[in-house]
Design a binder for this molecule. Structure first.
Ligand code: ADQ
Length: 771
């Protein structure tokens, strides 16, 4: 600090002095110039007045008279000296000290005699300075010699010295003042906030993480980018500390639990320098407008939580649909950007879809066709040939983007997500046989009879069998898949090893139950836990008990069924009237599809009907909140609800059930869970229900509300242990670990890492290979 101050003072002093000296130098020059001009004018004027008088005397021709006149004029005007010369330049007489004329330059004199011109010049010798003015003398119009006048110019130098002296003090005062003010400013505006932040970081280092992002950072608002960096660093530090604590706790307990950090290390060890390429329809970061500002938001999705540590660990590439309104403005010329924006660790490659493509591929084939096909929820799938065409084209488009990104990467790992991309594994494998390809199917796989109604089932299955590994949530979905392959394709399936072999390529099939990012660390919650009363008060309601349901507004989630079950509960147990409120948080979803529009209307009408039937001034049996919330917003609802209701008619896994369990660090609360959700296989301590059995669901809710604290606690503890041990990090580690273990049929050496010729589309490569 001392050294910094000394250097600052020195730099300021030298800088100010140099600038001041330069400016004084020019000031002195200008001043001297003005004084010289003034002296020249005065001398010229004087010489004119003496010229006439001297010419009269010179006309008399007497040297003695000329000398006397020179003496008289000299003593009258008090200059340095005065001299008269004849036409040959010989001195006639001089008045004044003899040494004044000793070293006089002859230039002006010669000019006056030979050319008849007035002339002047400044001269100096040792500490004497003068101005010499020579003018011609005329007698009767003829040149008769010259008059030389010497004026003292010493005052000009004296004046210059005076200005220098004055400036010295001014410069000294300036230096002192500016150094003083600067030091004060540094102290107030720089050192003080810096010391505050340093103190905060020290507190943080010592484990005191409270109030971190408060006024000390606000004080740094002058340096916004720095403040931002400090904030990010502080957050990373908190995360790192939490992770280290979790690891230490786990080591202490001798457990083998998975965390984001452990997953990162594991992936690096597994794949070394191989890059991982993830493909999903939904992107992990979207640029959207908020007011007038563009913000980069993370869509609430379990997938980002699971895949991000993997991508961070290996600087991977994530290919996804660029769906944000401002996405196109935030990519480079290759449609790429580095993410996360605050701490870039991997690449996001955005793929653009036209509105026709979105309608045909996403709304049409994926969500009106495959979604109801795979969910036994009694909503009829719609298969349009045009949607299928579009689905194929879009799959090719994404495969092409993936292949572009993979160019130059040897032995790449490709991890495809979900039913939007059933054809991609085959397209990739055909173009890059050296790639290890896995696909995870996030929704159920129905039995072969149900799947058989899809007109293009063979092509979908063939596309999927391009993958080396095909993952589902539960064993039932794996078995259904293999049965469908058996039924539809010419291939060999092996139930013992769970494989399907087709055209010399083997695909492994396995269950990988997806989960939530729960690693047992207690995240510092930004707001204190609000009570049920506070949460309901915002909606003008009061209730003694609360049930929560959180879903996308989707007909597979059994929302109407659960509302009717609540109505039945109130009929059967009027005790709950004015005592129990069911809060249904429903995120609007796929709102361009008619079946979803109908569902939304049906849900709203059912809520309206039940509320009309029972509600009072300050109480409603059902509170419907129709909006997308962040996980932070959902957390208090989970923590305040006595019961969480998950009544899916059919669900691959259902993450809400696991989120509820993870949120209950008080080890309280009851989960009522549909037997048709994949989560039911893991969460045995939930109250398992058949959502079609309205009375049964109502009874389970009643049982949950009446359950004693000890049983609630015991069940919740066991469910939390299950979710903790099988969290999202274990899911990613096991699916990628299994992909790594697989023996991949070795491609021809010439194929490895070689790019597909640009003129050949991935689909053509498939066709050629199949031919
Ligand atoms: P979904 O059917 O979308 O996914 P689900 O498992 O129910 O998934 O998870 C939904 C996610 O969205 C949860 O994280 C939940 O918190 C969140 N969510 C729901 N409603 C919300 C709201 N109103 N606001 C904000 N967030 C909300 C598919 C399959 C599932 C499978 C998942 C993961 O259908 O069976 O579990 O993928 O593989």
């Amino acid at each position: 600090m001392k050294f910094f101050r000394m250097r600052l003072i020195l730099a300021l002093a030298v800088g100010i002095t140099l600038v001041s000296v330069a400016s004084t130098y020019f000031e002195v020059l200008a001043h001297k110039h003005a004084l010289r001009l003034d002296l020249e004018h005065r001398t010229a004027w004087l010489s004119k007045s003496l010229q006439a008088e001297m010419e009269k005397t010179v006309a008399g021709g007497q040297t003695a008279e000329i000398a006397a006149e020179a003496q008289r004029l000299h003593s009258r005007h008090e200059g340095l000296g005065l001299a008269v010369y004849d036409m040959q330049g010989k001195l006639v007489t001089e008045a004044g000290p003899a040494e004044a004329f000793a070293a006089l330059p002859r230039g002006p004199l010669d000019k006056a005699i030979s050319q008849g011109l007035d002339s002047s010049v400044f001269g100096h010798q040792r500490d004497r300075q003068w101005l010499e003015e020579a003018i011609p003398l005329y007698v009767d119009g003829h040149a008769a010699g010259a008059l030389v006048i010497l004026e003292d110019a010493g005052s000009i130098r004296a004046e210059g010295n005076r200005v220098w002296k004055q400036s010295f003090w001014r410069i000294a005062a300036f230096v002192l003042l500016i150094v003083g003010v600067t030091l004060l400013m540094v102290r107030w505006f720089l050192m003080r906030p810096m010391l505050r932040v340093a103190e905060r970081l020290r507190q943080l280092r010592m484990g005191n993480i409270a109030d971190l992002a408060d006024e000390s950072l606000a004080e740094l608002s002058l340096f916004t980018p720095l403040a931002h960096e400090v904030e990010t660093m502080a957050e990373s530090l908190i995360e790192a500390r939490a992770a280290a604590e979790t690891e230490a706790r786990l080591r202490e307990a001798g457990e083998h639990q998975w965390t984001a950090e452990r997953l990162g290390v594991h992936i690096r060890e597994l794949f070394g320098s191989s890059r991982i390429f993830v493909l999903s329809n939904r992107e992990p970061y979207a640029h959207v407008l908020q007011g007038r500002e563009t913000v980069c938001m993370v869509p609430p999705s379990g997938l980002v939580t699971a895949i991000e540590p993997v991508q961070r660990a290996c600087d991977g590439v994530w290919v996804a649909h660029g769906s944000g309104s401002e996405d196109a403005l935030n990519v480079d010329k290759f449609d790429r950007l580095r993410v996360p924006p605050d701490e870039p660790r991997y690449t996001l490659r955005r793929v653009w879809l036209s509105s026709e493509e979105e309608t045909g591929y996403y709304d049409g084939f994926a969500n009106e066709g495959l979604w109801p096909l795979c969910h036994i929820a009694h909503t009829r799938p719609i298969f349009r040939a045009s949607d299928w065409e579009c689905y194929q084209r879009v799959n090719e488009k994404f495969a092409t983007a993936l292949l572009e990104e993979m160019e130059g990467s040897a032995s790449p790992i490709v991890f495809v997500q979900d039913y939007h991309f059933a054809l991609v594994p085959r397209l990739i494998k055909a173009a890059r046989p050296d790639a290890r390809v896995a696909i995870f199917w996030h929704i159920p796989w129905p039995n072969p009879e149900a799947f058989g109604i899809c007109p293009w089932q063979a092509k979908l299955l063939d596309g999927l069998l391009g993958a080396d590994l095909i993952g589902f949530h539960i064993p039932l979905h794996c078995n259904n898949f293999l049965s469908t392959v058996d039924r539809v394709l010419e291939s060999r399936t092996d139930r013992e090893h769970m494989t399907a072999r087709r055209d010399g390529h083997t695909s492994s099939v396995g269950p990988y139950p997806v989960s939530v990012a729960f690693d047992g660390s207690r995240p510092e919650r930004k707001t204190p836990r609000p009570s049920r009363e506070e949460l309901l008060k915002k909606f003008g309601l009061r209730s003694e008990s609360m049930i929560v349901g959180v879903d996308r507004m989707d007909y597979t989630k059994g929302i109407v069924e659960r509302l009717v079950a609540i109505e039945h509960l109130l009929e059967e147990h009027p005790f709950y009237l004015e005592r129990l409120t069911m809060v249904q948080i429903a995120a609007p979803s796929r709102s361009r599809i008619p079946s979803y529009v109908n569902l939304r209307r049906q849900v709203e009408e059912t809520v309206e009907r039940i509320n009309q039937r029972y509600q009072t001034a300050l109480w409603k049996p059902i509170l419907l909140i129709e909006r997308q919330c962040s996980h932070e917003e959902l957390d208090p609802w989970y923590r305040a609800a006595e019961v969480c209701l998950v009544t899916s008619l059919h669900d691959g896994m259902n993450l809400v059930a696991k989120e509820y369990v993870a949120a209950r660090d008080d080890e309280d609360g009851v989960l009522v869970l549909s037997k048709f959700a994949g989560a039911a296989i893991e969460l045995h301590d939930a109250l398992i229900v058949n959502p079609y059995d309205i009375e049964g669901v109502a009874e389970a809710i009643h049982q949950g509300l009446e359950m004693d604290r000890a049983e609630r606690r015991m069940r919740m503890q066991r469910m939390r242990r299950q979710v903790l041990d099988h969290n999202i990090y274990r899911w990613a580690a096991s699916i990628l670990g299994d992909l790594h273990e697989l023996r991949i049929e070795s491609p021809g050496a010439a194929d490895v890492g070689r790019a597909r010729p640009a003129s050949v589309s991935p689909a053509e490569v498939v066709d050629r290979k199949l031919a």
